[in-house]
Design a protein around this ligand. Structure first.
Ligand SMILES: [Zn+2]
Length: 150
């Protein structure tokens, strides 16, 4: 299914992901504009968005506090991701901010993935794109069932 990334008005901070339908509704309501589009694909009068940027800045304290009732602690992120590194698939022991905190990335379920120490150390305060790394998984907000030990 097509998911669209929603960025804060500064175009750096990833807030969440929405469905393509939701994204188009945001464009119609003029609350967001297309940041990056999917090459060669359109959706109605718009290029099919890969990411949107909000028209006005949203303060993320609320989003942080409501991005899931389960805390995105190291132990919980490791459980959600099955203790596998999101970049190489090996045993993970750390959690990585996909968009680094130094670039405004929130501590939220959708911005955190399990990572091995080697990948986390290599990535440092860069985005995956900047580090030339590919995420093998899409982060999601888990339910309690997702965090049960397997
Ligand atoms: Zn790794």
């Amino acid at each position: 299914m097509d998911r669209v990334i929603v960025l804060n008005a500064d175009a750096h901070q990833v807030l969440h992901q929405v469905s393509l339908r939701h994204a188009v509704a945001m464009l119609y309501r003029d609350v967001a504009r297309v940041h990056q589009s999917v090459p060669g694909r359109t959706f109605g009068p718009y290029p099919q968005p890969h990411s949107l940027v909000l028209v006005s800045y949203v303060y993320t304290r609320w989003l942080y506090e409501h991005s899931g009732r389960l805390p995105c602690s190291l132990a919980n992120v490791l459980r959600r991701d099955g203790h596998a590194c999101a970049y190489c698939g090996r045993e993970a022991s750390t959690r990585d901010h996909i968009v680094p905190r130094s670039r405004g990335g929130p501590t939220s379920w959708l911005n955190l993935v399990a990572a091995c120490a080697a990948c986390n150390g290599y990535k440092r305060d860069r985005t995956p794109e900047q580090a030339g790394m590919r995420l093998r998984v899409q982060p999601f907000v888990p339910t309690a069932a997702d965090l049960r030990p397997r």
